[in-house]
Design a protein around this ligand. Structure first.
Ligand SMILES: Cc1ncc(COP(=O)(O)O)c(C=O)c1O
Length: 447
């Protein structure tokens, strides 16, 4: 039996998709009811950091559920919440100390936008409320998070509902928004923030939010050297808080606990999600400096925010078990090493005429597709290149994470490869073999 629309009562996310029924998962593989095996090459949406079916995570979740499954975040705390916060606190970028637990990435982004606003209010800047961000970014789908998100197709239907937040171009060197080349460009894309702030009025901007390595929309775009520190310097000069969105990049994904560690950036606020719970439980967080948290407490009695499922004891027990697993197996280091190997092997795919760029950091990588390797002309959207290729890979038993529309809001094709950190070298080879087989089929289809 195949599942999908119109089917029963499930309102599926992809209504044209035929859904295999997954029965179990182990390591980097998923198995459906027919015994078909899928290599989870993207860990879902770069979530399954430590692999499927890890018994010790299940055990820790069950232990916590047996003790107590739920308490309200305004009434009680548990050992799991306290111990997880302390363990996570060890790995936060310099200056960040206070962790507010939530359930999803968008929720954490909403929290960060509000925290920046409340901080502006108590710091005597009541006119600061807007959050600057970049085009082609992804920060989530709830209305506040979508207002900072720069993915045109996700924004368009909801444009009248979105907040008036300004956007500037991303550091997308493969298609430089200014047609310049690094380093002669003088980081024009970072200077763009300064121009934007001056035009919009620095007194109106509470914060900026950015992904250190751009994820779901463009696919694993690593900023050039000096970019993030330039952005931070501009923020400091104008009294703007720096919100670091590590929902996809955090928890070791790029080969350091937080991606900003690669460049020594100290954010004012950070948001995390996805891999925190390894996919075993929804878990996210907004993290900030102790002095910001203390001022919120002293000047307005705390953070004016909250959700029913914040500070969830089982989520925190799972988060703690995930951290211990990563530490014991030295998976952040492994992520760095396997990531380098994966990126090297992905480079071989450039022999296919439609592979334009291969990029990434750690186990967060992407392949961008083009009609013409020399001119970088994208495929027309009508070809649905990414969707077709993604489907072929899926039929071949390889799960990828697709993205479109990042060239001009419509065109632009890429897939992300972001497997669990436990992946072995020979399993990376298996991904490459599956990609090569899929790309050969695709080559025949479009020629
Ligand atoms: C960088 C970033 N921020 C925020 C989000 C939103 O997270 P969620 O889908 O859990 O709401 C995502 C999701 O892909 C993301 O990649």
């Amino acid at each position: 039996m195949e599942y999908g629309y119109p089917g029963g009562h499930v309102f599926y996310r992809k209504m044209a998709h035929k859904y295999p029924l997954i029965i179990w998962g182990e390591g980097i593989y998923l198995y459906d009811e027919k015994g078909r095996r899928f290599l989870d090459g993207s860990g879902g949406a770069l979530v399954v950091n430590i692999g499927h079916g890890q018994k010790e995570i299940v055990q820790q979740a069950m232990n916590q559920m047996e003790q107590v499954g739920y308490i309200h975040g305004t009434q009680f705390t548990t050992r799991s919440i306290e111990e997880y916060a302390d363990a996570l606190g060890e790995f936060l970028p310099g200056g960040l100390e206070k962790i507010y637990f939530l359930s999803g990435g968008s929720e954490a982004v909403e929290g960060a936008i509000k925290m920046a606003r409340q901080y502006a209010l108590i710091s005597g800047h009541p006119q600061r409320w807007r959050v600057a961000s970049r085009w082609h970014s992804y920060h989530g789908n709830t209305l506040g998070a979508l207002s900072v998100t720069g993915r045109a197709a996700a924004r368009k239907p909801y444009a009248p509902l979105l907040l008036n937040f300004p956007h500037f171009p991303p550091p997308y060197c493969y298609r430089c928004p200014y047609d310049l080349a690094y380093p002669e460009c003088g980081l024009a894309c970072a200077q763009a923030l300064e121009k934007l702030v001056q035009m919009e009025g620095p007194e109106t901007i509470s914060a900026i939010i950015l992904e250190p390595v751009i994820g779901a929309t463009i696919g694993a775009v690593v900023p050039p050297e000096g970019y993030l520190s330039k952005i931070k310097e501009i923020c400091e000069r104008f009294g703007i808080l720096y919100i670091d969105d590590e929902v996809m990049t955090g928890m070791g994904r790029t080969g350091s606990w937080s991606a900003v560690d690669h460049w020594g950036i100290k954010p004012d606020i950070m948001v995390m999600g996805k891999g925190m719970g390894g996919g075993y439980f929804p878990l996210s967080a907004v993290v900030t400096r102790r002095d910001i948290a203390e001022q919120l407490k002293d000047k307005s009695g705390g953070f004016t925010h909250g959700h029913t499922f914040s500070h969830h004891p089982v989520a925190c027990a799972v988060g703690l078990a995930v951290i211990r697993f990563i530490q014991r197996q030295k998976l952040v280091q492994q992520c760095r090493e396997r990531g380098a190997y994966l990126l090297k092997r992905l480079g071989e795919l450039k022999s296919f005429p439609f592979v334009g760029d291969v990029r990434g950091k750690g186990l967060m990588t992407a392949i961008e597709f083009v009609k013409d390797q020399k001119t970088k002309e994208p495929f027309p959207r009508s070809l649905k290149f990414t969707e077709t290729l993604w489907d072929l890979a899926f039929q071949n038993g390889l799960v990828l994470y697709p993205g479109t529309g990042f060239v001009d809001g419509e065109r632009g094709d890429m897939v992300m490869v972001g497997p669990p950190f436990i992946i072995e070298e020979k399993q990376v080879d298996e991904i490459i073999d599956l990609l090569k087989a899929t790309f050969s089929q695709m080559e025949k289809m479009i020629s």
